[in-house]
Design a protein around this ligand. Structure first.
Ligand SMILES: Cc1cc2nc3c(=O)[nH]c(=O)nc-3n(C[C@H](O)[C@H](O)[C@H](O)COP(=O)(O)OP(=O)(O)OC[C@H]3O[C@@H](n4cnc5c(N)ncnc54)[C@H](O)[C@@H]3O)c2cc1C
Length: 307
């Protein structure tokens, strides 16, 4: 892209929140650009089947749901740019969006960049990334056919990962730092009923070790302090998320977790800048919530531009 392209609305992030915002702003005949650094769809493309999104009583694959949302936004004229947003300058009336493909100006910006998986931060995690350390079972479970794997975490994401892995792996050990899961009851019931899934409670991973690929974990029981090792072929990390707001530090107020604070109109503290979806403070990190946020942000962005 050369020169500065001008849009009514720039939407950062092509997950459910951004795509919904795009459907609304493009349909409102605002010149709308969605900037996405990867393929459109966001995190939901990693979900096997989405069962709790209304309108699909039999469930729908995350990939198909994402494709349908993208198709719908494009139908109304939303443009898409494949690029990473690296900075925002918000001083003037026109907002300047810096991207890896050049600068863009817009009257309003909707930030819908979601969040990434948090890392464990233990020795071996970076070294073995892609060689036994993974963050997405739907993407990588197939590589662990008949091999023992570990999932770290106790929430919905961790249990979803464990259930997906149980279709391929010989054994799935869920390692959780507490005595109880945080995942919803229905997921817990499925995991407890799956014979391939075992649980190691009150335990943390201290190091990931191996040769060319991951071979074992060093573990510590947080109650007794007892240390142990566990031979495994893969470790899937699902311990939480980190909002994608690194480029917004010092630009917008962020909460302690790095998420963007908004009011109920999805307005940030900077006029004309909105946020939607998992990137928002206290988001419940569900598709239904993300699309609701996207719709609200788009409607108030339109009001901002036309008033
Ligand atoms: C394995 C898994 C299963 C799930 N299952 C379900 C489920 O069954 N039901 C449910 O309701 N929810 C589920 N979720 C959660 C759901 O996927 C999220 O709540 C939802 O995707 C959030 O949408 P979002 O648009 O806010 O963010 P995201 O989906 O995270 O999309 C954000 C997008 O922004 C892009 N981006 C970020 N920063 C930049 C930048 N600087 N420049 C350009 N692009 C950028 C990212 O590449 C990404 O595509 C699941 C999540 C996972 C990981």
């Amino acid at each position: 892209m050369t020169g500065k392209q001008a849009y009514d609305v720039v939407i950062i992030g092509g997950g459910p929140a951004g795509l919904t915002a795009g459907i609304y702003t493009a349909r409102a005949r605002l010149r709308s650009l969605l900037i996405e650094k990867a393929a459109p769809g966001g995190w939901i493309v990693n979900a096997g089947v989405v069962e709790n999104y209304p309108g699909f009583p039999q469930g729908i694959s995350g990939m198909e749901l994402a494709d349908l949302m993208n198709e719908q936004a494009a139908k109304f004229g939303m443009e898409t740019l494949t690029a990473e947003v690296t900075g925002l300058e918000l001083k003037g009336e026109q907002k300047l969006v810096r991207t890896t493909e050049g600068d863009i100006v817009a009257k309003a910006v909707i930030i819908a960049g979601g969040s990434d998986r948090a890392k464990l931060g233990v020795p071996g995690e970076e070294e073995f990334m892609g060689r036994g350390v993974a963050f997405c079972a739907v993407c990588d479970a197939y590589f662990y056919r008949d091999l023992p794997v570990v999932v770290v975490g106790g929430g919905n994401a961790a249990i979803n990962e464990a259930l997906e892995l149980s279709k391929f792996a010989s054994k799935v050990t869920v390692i959780h730092r507490r005595q109880e899961l945080r995942a919803t009851r229905i997921l817990q019931e499925r995991a407890f009923a799956e014979p391939k899934i075992e649980f190691l409670w009150n335990t943390v991973v201290e190091a990931i070790e191996g040769g060319d690929v991951v071979e074992r974990l060093r573990l510590r029981n947080v109650l007794s302090g007892e240390k142990s090792t566990l031979d495994i072929s893969g470790i899937f990390v699902a311990t939480g998320t980190k909002p994608n707001t690194d480029y917004l530090k010092g630009v917008l107020p962020l909460d302690a977790s790095g998420a963007i604070t908004t009011n109920e109109k999805m307005e940030t503290e900077v006029s004309g800048i909105f946020a939607a979806g998992d990137i928002r403070s206290n988001s419940i990190r569900q598709v239904a919530a993300a699309i609701g946020d996207g719709a609200v942000a788009a409607i108030y962005a339109e009001k901002f531009i036309t008033s």
